[in-house]
Design a protein around this ligand. Sequence first.
Ligand code: ZN
Length: 417
Amino acid sequence: MKALVGADLIDGTGGPVLKDAAVLIDGDRLKAVGPRAAMDLPPSADVVDVSGLTLLPGLIDCHDHLASKGYDLASRWGLAEPVSLQHLRTAKVLEQTLAAGYTCVRDGGWLDSGFKQAVEAGLYPGPRLVISVSIISPTGGLGDHVCLAGHQRPWRDDPLLPSGVANGVDGVRAKVREMARVGADVIKFATTGGASSRRGHGPKDVAFGPDEVKALVEEARALGRKTMCHALGGPGLRMAIEGGAGSIEHGCYLADEPDLLKMMADMGTFFVPTFEIYEFHSTISAPHIVERSKTLMRVHQESMHLALTAGVKVVPGTDAGGYVHGDNAREIELLVERGMSNMQALQAATGWAAECVGLDEDIGTLAPGKLADLIILDGDPLGDIGVLRDQSRLKLVMKGGEAFVDNLPSAVPQPVG
Ligand SMILES: [Zn+2]
Protein backbone atom coordinates (compact mmCIF):
# COMPACT_ATOMS: atom_id res chain seq x y z
CA MET A 1 0.00 0.00 0.00
CA LYS A 2 1.03 3.57 -0.59
CA ALA A 3 0.14 6.66 1.44
CA LEU A 4 0.33 10.28 0.34
CA VAL A 5 0.31 12.52 3.39
CA GLY A 6 0.24 16.22 4.21
CA ALA A 7 -1.36 17.72 1.09
CA ASP A 8 -4.25 20.14 0.84
CA LEU A 9 -6.96 17.86 -0.53
CA ILE A 10 -9.74 18.94 -2.88
CA ASP A 11 -12.03 15.94 -3.19
CA GLY A 12 -14.09 16.83 -6.28
CA THR A 13 -17.41 17.24 -4.46
CA GLY A 14 -17.15 21.01 -4.13
CA GLY A 15 -16.66 20.62 -0.37
CA PRO A 16 -14.05 22.58 1.61
CA VAL A 17 -10.33 21.91 1.28
CA LEU A 18 -9.00 19.33 3.72
CA LYS A 19 -5.67 20.51 5.13
CA ASP A 20 -2.96 18.02 6.08
CA ALA A 21 -4.80 15.14 4.45
CA ALA A 22 -3.83 11.53 3.96
CA VAL A 23 -4.76 9.22 1.10
CA LEU A 24 -4.13 5.49 1.36
CA ILE A 25 -3.93 3.56 -1.90
CA ASP A 26 -4.35 -0.19 -2.11
CA GLY A 27 -3.71 -1.53 -5.60
CA ASP A 28 -5.82 0.45 -8.06
CA ARG A 29 -8.26 1.85 -5.49
CA LEU A 30 -8.42 4.29 -2.62
CA LYS A 31 -8.53 2.54 0.73
CA ALA A 32 -8.87 5.61 2.94
CA VAL A 33 -9.15 9.40 2.50
CA GLY A 34 -9.19 11.82 5.43
CA PRO A 35 -7.22 13.95 7.89
CA ARG A 36 -3.71 12.59 8.48
CA ALA A 37 -4.11 12.89 12.25
CA ALA A 38 -7.13 10.59 12.23
CA MET A 39 -5.70 7.89 9.97
CA ASP A 40 -3.91 4.76 11.13
CA LEU A 41 -1.50 3.96 8.35
CA PRO A 42 -0.51 0.30 8.14
CA PRO A 43 3.16 -0.19 9.04
CA SER A 44 3.83 -1.75 5.65
CA ALA A 45 2.66 1.31 3.72
CA ASP A 46 5.09 3.36 1.65
CA VAL A 47 4.54 6.88 2.93
CA VAL A 48 5.28 9.90 0.75
CA ASP A 49 5.22 13.36 2.32
CA VAL A 50 3.42 15.73 -0.04
CA SER A 51 3.09 18.64 2.39
CA GLY A 52 2.71 22.03 0.73
CA LEU A 53 1.18 20.47 -2.41
CA THR A 54 -2.43 20.17 -3.58
CA LEU A 55 -4.02 16.79 -4.23
CA LEU A 56 -7.15 16.47 -6.34
CA PRO A 57 -8.98 13.92 -8.51
CA GLY A 58 -7.66 13.31 -12.01
CA LEU A 59 -9.15 15.81 -14.46
CA ILE A 60 -11.86 14.82 -16.95
CA ASP A 61 -12.49 16.35 -20.38
CA CYS A 62 -16.08 15.67 -21.43
CA HIS A 63 -15.59 16.55 -25.11
CA ASP A 64 -12.34 16.02 -26.97
CA HIS A 65 -11.34 14.77 -30.43
CA LEU A 66 -8.13 12.93 -29.72
CA ALA A 67 -7.70 11.62 -33.26
CA SER A 68 -8.29 14.96 -35.02
CA LYS A 69 -5.35 16.85 -36.42
CA GLY A 70 -6.71 19.88 -38.27
CA TYR A 71 -9.69 21.60 -39.85
CA ASP A 72 -8.51 21.49 -43.46
CA LEU A 73 -10.16 18.96 -45.73
CA ALA A 74 -7.01 16.88 -46.25
CA SER A 75 -6.69 16.35 -42.50
CA ARG A 76 -10.40 15.80 -41.95
CA TRP A 77 -10.62 13.17 -44.65
CA GLY A 78 -7.34 11.54 -43.67
CA LEU A 79 -5.62 12.42 -46.97
CA ALA A 80 -2.63 14.29 -45.62
CA GLU A 81 -0.58 11.45 -44.17
CA PRO A 82 -0.28 7.67 -44.12
CA VAL A 83 -2.81 6.06 -41.77
CA SER A 84 0.03 4.55 -39.71
CA LEU A 85 1.53 7.99 -39.12
CA GLN A 86 -1.87 9.41 -38.17
CA HIS A 87 -2.38 6.62 -35.64
CA LEU A 88 1.03 7.15 -34.09
CA ARG A 89 0.28 10.86 -33.76
CA THR A 90 -2.99 10.00 -32.04
CA ALA A 91 -1.11 7.71 -29.65
CA LYS A 92 1.18 10.62 -28.77
CA VAL A 93 -1.87 12.78 -28.10
CA LEU A 94 -3.20 10.17 -25.68
CA GLU A 95 0.09 10.25 -23.78
CA GLN A 96 0.28 14.05 -23.88
CA THR A 97 -3.27 14.38 -22.53
CA LEU A 98 -2.60 12.01 -19.63
CA ALA A 99 0.62 13.91 -18.89
CA ALA A 100 -1.51 17.08 -18.62
CA GLY A 101 -3.34 15.53 -15.65
CA TYR A 102 -6.33 14.18 -17.60
CA THR A 103 -7.04 10.66 -16.41
CA CYS A 104 -10.33 10.42 -18.32
CA VAL A 105 -11.52 11.78 -21.65
CA ARG A 106 -14.83 11.43 -23.43
CA ASP A 107 -14.12 11.57 -27.13
CA GLY A 108 -16.70 13.35 -29.28
CA GLY A 109 -15.91 11.61 -32.54
CA TRP A 110 -13.44 9.83 -34.84
CA LEU A 111 -11.44 7.88 -32.29
CA ASP A 112 -11.82 4.18 -33.03
CA SER A 113 -12.05 1.48 -30.40
CA GLY A 114 -8.52 0.16 -31.00
CA PHE A 115 -7.06 3.11 -29.10
CA LYS A 116 -9.22 2.32 -26.12
CA GLN A 117 -8.16 -1.33 -26.28
CA ALA A 118 -4.50 -0.30 -26.44
CA VAL A 119 -4.84 1.87 -23.33
CA GLU A 120 -6.80 -0.76 -21.41
CA ALA A 121 -4.29 -3.46 -22.32
CA GLY A 122 -1.46 -1.27 -21.00
CA LEU A 123 0.13 -1.20 -24.44
CA TYR A 124 0.24 2.58 -24.51
CA PRO A 125 -0.37 5.23 -21.83
CA GLY A 126 -3.51 7.32 -22.10
CA PRO A 127 -6.55 8.53 -20.19
CA ARG A 128 -9.53 6.28 -19.52
CA LEU A 129 -11.57 6.59 -22.68
CA VAL A 130 -15.28 6.95 -23.24
CA ILE A 131 -15.69 6.92 -27.01
CA SER A 132 -18.46 7.83 -29.42
CA VAL A 133 -16.76 6.69 -32.69
CA SER A 134 -18.80 8.59 -35.36
CA ILE A 135 -21.30 11.44 -35.07
CA ILE A 136 -24.82 10.47 -36.12
CA SER A 137 -26.65 13.05 -38.23
CA PRO A 138 -29.05 13.03 -41.20
CA THR A 139 -27.97 13.71 -44.79
CA GLY A 140 -26.51 17.23 -44.88
CA GLY A 141 -25.85 17.22 -41.13
CA LEU A 142 -22.63 17.35 -39.19
CA GLY A 143 -21.77 13.71 -39.78
CA ASP A 144 -22.23 13.96 -43.56
CA HIS A 145 -18.78 14.55 -44.97
CA VAL A 146 -19.17 16.64 -48.12
CA CYS A 147 -16.56 19.02 -49.53
CA LEU A 148 -17.09 22.51 -50.95
CA ALA A 149 -17.36 21.13 -54.49
CA GLY A 150 -20.23 18.90 -53.35
CA HIS A 151 -18.34 15.61 -53.46
CA GLN A 152 -18.89 13.17 -50.68
CA ARG A 153 -15.96 11.60 -48.93
CA PRO A 154 -15.34 8.94 -51.56
CA TRP A 155 -14.35 6.00 -49.39
CA ARG A 156 -14.14 4.78 -45.85
CA ASP A 157 -11.25 2.47 -45.47
CA ASP A 158 -11.80 1.74 -41.80
CA PRO A 159 -14.85 -0.39 -40.93
CA LEU A 160 -14.44 0.69 -37.29
CA LEU A 161 -15.17 4.32 -38.23
CA PRO A 162 -18.44 3.96 -40.18
CA SER A 163 -20.38 6.83 -41.71
CA GLY A 164 -22.65 8.53 -39.20
CA VAL A 165 -25.37 9.42 -41.73
CA ALA A 166 -28.82 8.04 -40.90
CA ASN A 167 -32.34 9.11 -41.88
CA GLY A 168 -35.74 8.18 -40.52
CA VAL A 169 -36.66 6.34 -37.35
CA ASP A 170 -35.56 2.92 -38.62
CA GLY A 171 -32.34 4.30 -40.07
CA VAL A 172 -31.44 6.06 -36.85
CA ARG A 173 -32.11 2.98 -34.74
CA ALA A 174 -29.96 0.86 -37.04
CA LYS A 175 -27.16 3.44 -36.88
CA VAL A 176 -27.17 3.45 -33.07
CA ARG A 177 -26.85 -0.33 -33.14
CA GLU A 178 -24.00 -0.05 -35.63
CA MET A 179 -22.14 2.44 -33.40
CA ALA A 180 -22.58 0.13 -30.43
CA ARG A 181 -21.24 -2.74 -32.56
CA VAL A 182 -18.05 -0.83 -33.39
CA GLY A 183 -17.46 -0.04 -29.72
CA ALA A 184 -19.19 3.27 -28.97
CA ASP A 185 -19.64 3.76 -25.21
CA VAL A 186 -21.75 6.86 -25.76
CA ILE A 187 -23.93 7.76 -28.73
CA LYS A 188 -23.05 11.15 -30.22
CA PHE A 189 -25.50 12.88 -32.51
CA ALA A 190 -26.07 16.34 -33.95
CA THR A 191 -29.37 18.21 -34.23
CA THR A 192 -27.95 21.52 -35.48
CA GLY A 193 -25.05 22.80 -37.54
CA GLY A 194 -22.08 24.39 -35.84
CA ALA A 195 -19.65 27.25 -36.17
CA SER A 196 -17.36 25.26 -38.43
CA SER A 197 -20.00 23.40 -40.42
CA ARG A 198 -20.69 24.11 -44.09
CA ARG A 199 -22.36 27.29 -45.31
CA GLY A 200 -26.13 26.91 -45.10
CA HIS A 201 -25.96 24.66 -42.05
CA GLY A 202 -25.15 27.03 -39.22
CA PRO A 203 -25.63 27.05 -35.43
CA LYS A 204 -29.43 27.52 -35.58
CA ASP A 205 -30.15 25.25 -38.55
CA VAL A 206 -31.94 22.06 -37.65
CA ALA A 207 -31.00 18.45 -38.39
CA PHE A 208 -33.30 15.49 -37.67
CA GLY A 209 -36.95 15.58 -36.57
CA PRO A 210 -38.35 14.88 -33.09
CA ASP A 211 -39.34 11.31 -33.99
CA GLU A 212 -35.78 10.49 -35.07
CA VAL A 213 -34.27 12.01 -31.92
CA LYS A 214 -36.68 10.13 -29.67
CA ALA A 215 -35.91 6.85 -31.45
CA LEU A 216 -32.17 7.48 -31.22
CA VAL A 217 -32.20 8.21 -27.50
CA GLU A 218 -34.53 5.30 -26.82
CA GLU A 219 -32.34 2.86 -28.79
CA ALA A 220 -29.20 4.11 -27.03
CA ARG A 221 -30.85 3.61 -23.64
CA ALA A 222 -31.97 0.12 -24.62
CA LEU A 223 -28.32 -0.67 -25.35
CA GLY A 224 -27.22 0.82 -22.00
CA ARG A 225 -25.61 3.91 -23.48
CA LYS A 226 -25.84 7.59 -22.69
CA THR A 227 -26.16 10.17 -25.44
CA MET A 228 -24.35 13.44 -26.12
CA CYS A 229 -25.84 15.89 -28.58
CA HIS A 230 -24.14 18.60 -30.58
CA ALA A 231 -26.75 21.40 -30.48
CA LEU A 232 -26.10 25.14 -30.59
CA GLY A 233 -29.46 26.85 -31.01
CA GLY A 234 -32.83 27.05 -32.75
CA PRO A 235 -35.36 24.20 -33.03
CA GLY A 236 -32.66 21.52 -33.00
CA LEU A 237 -31.52 22.58 -29.53
CA ARG A 238 -35.05 22.30 -28.14
CA MET A 239 -35.57 18.98 -29.87
CA ALA A 240 -32.41 17.50 -28.32
CA ILE A 241 -33.38 18.53 -24.80
CA GLU A 242 -37.02 17.48 -25.14
CA GLY A 243 -35.85 14.21 -26.69
CA GLY A 244 -33.80 13.35 -23.60
CA ALA A 245 -30.17 13.82 -24.70
CA GLY A 246 -27.79 13.08 -21.82
CA SER A 247 -25.69 16.16 -22.45
CA ILE A 248 -25.90 19.22 -24.65
CA GLU A 249 -22.59 19.96 -26.36
CA HIS A 250 -21.90 23.65 -27.09
CA GLY A 251 -25.46 24.83 -26.27
CA CYS A 252 -24.49 28.39 -27.18
CA TYR A 253 -27.98 29.84 -27.53
CA LEU A 254 -29.61 28.29 -24.45
CA ALA A 255 -29.94 31.77 -22.95
CA ASP A 256 -32.41 32.68 -25.73
CA GLU A 257 -34.89 30.10 -24.40
CA PRO A 258 -34.58 29.97 -20.61
CA ASP A 259 -37.39 27.40 -20.26
CA LEU A 260 -34.96 24.90 -21.79
CA LEU A 261 -32.61 25.39 -18.84
CA LYS A 262 -35.37 24.58 -16.39
CA MET A 263 -36.08 21.44 -18.41
CA MET A 264 -32.39 20.47 -18.37
CA ALA A 265 -32.20 20.89 -14.61
CA ASP A 266 -35.33 18.76 -14.13
CA MET A 267 -34.10 16.03 -16.48
CA GLY A 268 -30.50 16.02 -15.22
CA THR A 269 -29.15 17.04 -18.63
CA PHE A 270 -25.52 18.15 -18.54
CA PHE A 271 -24.27 21.27 -20.32
CA VAL A 272 -20.84 21.13 -22.00
CA PRO A 273 -20.20 24.69 -23.24
CA THR A 274 -16.81 24.27 -25.05
CA PHE A 275 -15.63 27.89 -24.83
CA GLU A 276 -12.11 27.17 -26.01
CA ILE A 277 -13.01 26.10 -29.53
CA TYR A 278 -14.90 29.34 -30.20
CA GLU A 279 -11.91 31.39 -29.11
CA PHE A 280 -9.99 29.55 -31.78
CA HIS A 281 -12.70 29.83 -34.45
CA SER A 282 -13.26 33.53 -33.79
CA THR A 283 -9.68 34.34 -34.67
CA ILE A 284 -8.20 32.20 -37.41
CA SER A 285 -10.84 30.13 -39.19
CA ALA A 286 -12.61 30.80 -42.52
CA PRO A 287 -14.60 34.10 -42.67
CA HIS A 288 -18.10 32.56 -42.23
CA ILE A 289 -16.79 30.56 -39.23
CA VAL A 290 -15.19 33.62 -37.63
CA GLU A 291 -18.47 35.51 -37.98
CA ARG A 292 -20.57 32.71 -36.48
CA SER A 293 -18.18 32.33 -33.54
CA LYS A 294 -18.00 36.03 -32.74
CA THR A 295 -21.80 36.24 -32.85
CA LEU A 296 -22.31 33.47 -30.32
CA MET A 297 -19.66 34.31 -27.73
CA ARG A 298 -21.63 36.73 -25.58
CA VAL A 299 -24.83 34.69 -25.49
CA HIS A 300 -22.79 31.55 -24.82
CA GLN A 301 -21.38 33.05 -21.63
CA GLU A 302 -24.86 34.19 -20.63
CA SER A 303 -26.08 30.63 -21.23
CA MET A 304 -23.57 29.30 -18.70
CA HIS A 305 -24.63 31.84 -16.06
CA LEU A 306 -28.32 31.06 -16.51
CA ALA A 307 -27.64 27.31 -16.55
CA LEU A 308 -25.80 27.43 -13.22
CA THR A 309 -28.55 29.57 -11.71
CA ALA A 310 -31.16 27.08 -12.96
CA GLY A 311 -29.28 24.20 -11.33
CA VAL A 312 -27.85 22.63 -14.49
CA LYS A 313 -24.50 20.90 -14.08
CA VAL A 314 -22.00 22.61 -16.39
CA VAL A 315 -18.88 20.58 -17.25
CA PRO A 316 -15.78 21.33 -19.30
CA GLY A 317 -15.26 20.07 -22.84
CA THR A 318 -12.39 21.40 -24.91
CA ASP A 319 -13.60 20.22 -28.31
CA ALA A 320 -9.86 20.01 -28.92
CA GLY A 321 -8.47 18.36 -31.99
CA GLY A 322 -8.28 20.76 -34.87
CA TYR A 323 -6.45 23.47 -32.98
CA VAL A 324 -4.40 22.06 -30.09
CA HIS A 325 -3.85 19.00 -27.90
CA GLY A 326 -2.61 18.75 -24.33
CA ASP A 327 -3.76 22.16 -23.11
CA ASN A 328 -7.15 20.82 -21.97
CA ALA A 329 -7.04 22.76 -18.69
CA ARG A 330 -7.43 25.98 -20.66
CA GLU A 331 -11.15 25.13 -20.74
CA ILE A 332 -11.28 24.98 -16.93
CA GLU A 333 -9.56 28.36 -16.84
CA LEU A 334 -12.18 29.67 -19.29
CA LEU A 335 -15.02 28.45 -17.06
CA VAL A 336 -13.51 30.67 -14.36
CA GLU A 337 -12.87 33.60 -16.70
CA ARG A 338 -16.53 33.40 -17.79
CA GLY A 339 -17.87 33.41 -14.24
CA MET A 340 -17.51 30.14 -12.33
CA SER A 341 -15.73 30.16 -8.99
CA ASN A 342 -12.45 28.24 -8.90
CA MET A 343 -13.91 25.54 -6.66
CA GLN A 344 -16.98 25.21 -8.86
CA ALA A 345 -14.79 24.81 -11.97
CA LEU A 346 -12.71 22.13 -10.20
CA GLN A 347 -15.87 20.27 -9.23
CA ALA A 348 -17.11 20.64 -12.81
CA ALA A 349 -13.88 19.06 -14.14
CA THR A 350 -13.94 16.14 -11.69
CA GLY A 351 -17.09 15.12 -9.76
CA TRP A 352 -19.67 16.53 -12.17
CA ALA A 353 -17.66 15.48 -15.24
CA ALA A 354 -17.54 11.88 -13.97
CA GLU A 355 -21.35 11.93 -13.68
CA CYS A 356 -21.64 13.37 -17.19
CA VAL A 357 -19.52 10.60 -18.73
CA GLY A 358 -21.24 7.92 -16.62
CA LEU A 359 -18.23 6.84 -14.53
CA ASP A 360 -19.06 8.51 -11.20
CA GLU A 361 -19.19 5.20 -9.35
CA ASP A 362 -15.46 4.80 -9.96
CA ILE A 363 -13.88 8.21 -10.57
CA GLY A 364 -14.36 11.98 -10.21
CA THR A 365 -14.20 12.27 -6.43
CA LEU A 366 -11.72 11.04 -3.83
CA ALA A 367 -13.41 8.60 -1.47
CA PRO A 368 -12.69 5.09 -0.18
CA GLY A 369 -13.49 2.45 -2.80
CA LYS A 370 -13.01 4.71 -5.82
CA LEU A 371 -10.26 4.18 -8.34
CA ALA A 372 -7.00 5.93 -7.47
CA ASP A 373 -7.13 8.52 -10.28
CA LEU A 374 -5.51 11.63 -8.85
CA ILE A 375 -3.07 14.43 -9.46
CA ILE A 376 -0.75 16.38 -7.18
CA LEU A 377 0.11 19.98 -8.00
CA ASP A 378 2.71 22.39 -6.73
CA GLY A 379 0.33 25.32 -6.57
CA ASP A 380 -3.07 26.36 -5.36
CA PRO A 381 -5.76 26.16 -8.06
CA LEU A 382 -8.19 27.92 -5.72
CA GLY A 383 -5.94 30.98 -5.79
CA ASP A 384 -4.93 30.72 -9.44
CA ILE A 385 -6.77 28.29 -11.70
CA GLY A 386 -4.04 28.79 -14.32
CA VAL A 387 -1.65 26.54 -12.37
CA LEU A 388 -3.54 23.57 -13.84
CA ARG A 389 -2.09 24.42 -17.26
CA ASP A 390 1.51 24.50 -16.07
CA GLN A 391 2.86 20.97 -16.44
CA SER A 392 6.05 21.80 -14.55
CA ARG A 393 3.80 22.03 -11.48
CA LEU A 394 2.32 18.55 -11.94
CA LYS A 395 4.17 16.39 -9.46
CA LEU A 396 2.05 13.27 -9.77
CA VAL A 397 -0.45 11.95 -12.30
CA MET A 398 -1.86 8.65 -11.13
CA LYS A 399 -4.41 6.50 -12.94
CA GLY A 400 -5.77 3.41 -11.25
CA GLY A 401 -3.01 3.46 -8.64
CA GLU A 402 -0.24 3.62 -11.25
CA ALA A 403 1.88 6.74 -11.48
CA PHE A 404 2.33 8.05 -15.00
CA VAL A 405 4.07 11.28 -13.98
CA ASP A 406 5.99 11.03 -10.70
CA ASN A 407 8.21 13.89 -9.56
CA LEU A 408 7.60 13.35 -5.85
CA PRO A 409 10.31 12.61 -3.32
CA SER A 410 10.68 8.86 -2.78
CA ALA A 411 8.76 7.00 -0.14
CA VAL A 412 10.11 6.98 3.39
CA PRO A 413 10.04 3.51 4.99
CA GLN A 414 7.93 3.46 8.14
CA PRO A 415 9.83 2.68 11.34
CA VAL A 416 9.23 -0.98 12.20
CA GLY A 417 8.00 -1.97 15.68
ZN1 ZN B 1 -16.72 18.23 -31.05
